[in-house]
Design a protein around this ligand. Sequence first.
Ligand code: NOJ
Length: 547
Amino acid sequence: MAQEFPWWKKTTIYQIYPRSYHDTQGDGIGDLPGIIEKLDYIQDLGFDTLWISPFFASPQRDWGYDVSGYRKIAPAYGTMDDVDRLIDEVHSRNMKVLFDLVLNHTSDQHPWFLTSSASRDNPKSDWYIWQDGQGKGRPPNNWKAIPGGSGWHYHPARDQWYYASFLPFQPDLNWRNPAVKKEMFQVAKFWLDKGVDGFRLDIFHAIYKAAHFQDNPFHWSFVPKDDEYGFFTEWKYTVSQPEAIDLAHALRQLLDSYSPERFLIGEIFAEDSLIKKYLGDENEGLQAIFLWDLMDFAFRADYFWEVLDHYETCYPEPYTPVLVLGNHDSRRWIDRIGGESAKAKLISLLQLTARGLPVIYYGEEIGLPEGNIPARDSLDPVGQRYAWAPNWLLDALNLYVNRDNCRTPMAWNSAMGAGFTAPGTAPWLPFSADPARANVKDQSEDPDSLLNWYRTLLQFRSKTPALQSGSLLLLPRVLARKGVLGFIRQSDSDQYQILINFTTKPITVDLPGAKIKVQTGKISHTGYKLTLGGQAGCIARLADHRK
Ligand code: NOJ
């Protein structure tokens, strides 16, 4: 009997940064009613799950990743009624919606922190990570923050230091306090009871810190890697403590008590062996965790071959590799390929046909370009920290610090305001390029556009079980070395071969008894031979192997 796959294994996720998606209130800031207005667009493209970055009460110093009220909505984005309506509207379209849960830290303006920081003796005194310093001006230990600098910040009212994994205004909650854990589970329940289909979990690996507060060991490396080390320390005691892995399992149990099935996807930076612990031996921990290898892609068949091979070896069933190329923290990948639509079509072909869970960041479907706002002008607090640094240095160190550039407003048309905001209203960030260059309206009308290519792929995927849940078999690496990435997806009912030529030259491969269902670029198919023109790719249905 065919194995039944849960919805989240077969879905495709579309990430929305609410501030930048669609403004209906005329203030230059995207909002929840704006997302509701665009649900038909998203559904028509073929996505069936949304992940929305935080829209909860917040002073917006890190644009919502600094929460000051977990059960409240930031007025700039709308009201609780809007959220209820959003959930209903999503469900009435048979779609799903994930919210972004920031469990590690709150804003320093959260009433819990205001109370906790006021004195050493108050009902919330132990809700954050407070320690005595080592004498005047000396923090408790050498623990660094993820974006650099000490993670410790002095607070005069307590004459103590609090720890913040990210920025100073984002104090870490003390999860070793049972009251904190209980309250955060209540927050999750609050939204699950409202019907949300799951959560993306922000910096999940940072949630617990070692209870002994010993110094992290020295590490020779300055440039951070996967939150394992950086700025000359190994982050041994500040991330991926055993309790974080237990928490992954406990949260999953909470979600499993709900029906229909809910879903957790973790933002975790760690090596594979740890990631698998968070996922659990039988995938009974977090259902999925972002894998970052595709973010750093080199435009070569062999690069992608290696990544897929690694995923098949390390994350076979019951695991579901997450296929993600961009998000609100990383350079838009279209820029890595010189804005070339032909190349983008090959990458999206791979992302939407390989085994895994594709997560697409808003704007990728039209090739929305990266902005070019220098760090010194950034609104992003991480960018501001590097205001002194020239671009060449940041590039040389491969440090992406001004995240404004990947968060610029969506371009819906080429009119003034780009359909994002009212004409004449200044958007919260400048458009990354003239909206005439890439926008939804123009691309909808062009059959060869990137947008219509995404539509074709998404729709083909949603009616093709082999692509949603079939096994993956990579064609031999020698082919990839020649420039063609090839793999087969196979389900009980069907078998498809995907071929992608990453070079600019035609390449011929053997392909007997196949029928091309989807293609980009020039392809000729005669008998047993298929020639892929330069930068061409296809999905071919193979003749029924069992007949
Ligand atoms: C990771 C989020 O993706 C990022 O945008 C945010 O600034 C940090 N976590 C802190 O919450």
